[in-house]
Design a protein around this ligand. Sequence first.
Ligand code: FVH
Length: 295
Amino acid sequence: STPLAPSSAVTVLGLGLMGTALAEALLAAGHRVTVWNRTPGKAAPLVARGATRAATVREAIEASPLTISCVLDYEAQHALLSPAAGALHGRTLVSLTNGTPAQARAAETWAHALGASYLDGGIMAVPEQIATEEAFLFHSGAAGPFETHRSTLAALGTPKYLGQDVGLASLYDLALLSAMDMMFAGFFHAVAVATSDKDTTASSFTPLVVAWLQSMIGTLPAMAADIDSDGPAAYAQTLDLVVAAADNMGAAAREAGVDASHFDRTVAALKARMAAGETTYTAPGAVRQLRVAAQ
Ligand code: FVH
């Protein structure tokens, strides 16, 4: 079999916006970078900066002890790795492809069966933030391979190791992406409602959204403490009030010609809790409600 390349060698599979940023960061950190992409032409700018373009996935994996995969999804990742799976023996695969905890666990089992080490990861950054202080990456999986490659991974952003359970990186990644997604959805909704006023623009309204959300973010640690505690919640409102407010938010959206179905669902769920005898709206109650609704 091909002897392992020096530890400064890293392979990147997938040269979309993120994969390209990762490869650039590794080159800037002084690594010997081998790249492969389904559409080979995307490698040209990296080759101009010193990367080596591999003709096949197998050739790419064999060039380095560490391969980082960053493609669209796990289906694409598995499809491109499968024909070259044997090359992973004795090497480490780090998947920075977005996926679920179950997909990470299946990928780890698959890699271990091949005699490869496997780490999962979640990138908490956009491509422009890679290798800046803003970027951090979750990693999970066996501690040994993480420690071996920690300094290489640190070239991409601050590595945050979550533990041996390989599913944790994607669990945290998707939880944070969910928070971001719902925040953006809230922003778009608020802008749609406010700009139903002919004199209001998104740009004139947005500083108010920013100020309000920044102030509300300050309440999250106290709510978290409530969620973790068995005692009475410090942050509490009457359910009556929360239902009335959600009703009004839905009505205002409808008056503004904006979809109000989110508030219809919220009001229905809160009224069901009131019918069951609950009188108080708390953070632990809201989290519990999400679990009840999923059953
Ligand atoms: N971009 C971002 O802001 C986010 C930030 C958080 C992390 N994500 C994750 O990173 C993965 C890749 O994202 P990306 O931004 O690089 O995505 P694209 O620019 O769309 O590039 C997609 C790459 O995947 C390749 N690809 C797609 N399907 C296949 C396939 N069936 N077989 C092989 N490769 C495939 C694609 O190849 P090509 O179209 O250039 O030939 C690109 O290399 C992702 O998991 C995000 O969730 C980014």
